[in-house]
Design a protein. Structure first.
Length: 77
């Protein structure tokens, strides 16, 4: 499996912002312990995929949110 960027700029921004917001919610104490782990997990996944620009789920589904570029096929490939 190649680790090529498959997320567009808006997708990446949303994931990073969501990750930061979820970490803030976890740090604020608004959620209880069982839910806290889920919030931290989703926040971590959002941050990691947003920063790297690579989403394994997109690879499995064969999609990409990269804008089309001249000379490239659908999905930015």
């Amino acid at each position: 499996m190649k680790f090529q960027v498959n997320e567009g700029p808006l997708d990446r921004l949303i994931r990073v912002v969501l990750g930061i917001v979820l970490f803030a919610v976890a740090a604020s104490g608004l959620v209880t312990t069982p839910v806290l782990y889920g919030v931290l997990l989703v926040g971590t996944i959002g941050l990691v995929t947003g920063v790297t620009g690579f989403c394994p789920t997109y690879v499995l589904l064969g999609i990409s949110t990269l804008p089309n570029r001249a000379g490239h096929g659908a999905g930015g490939q």
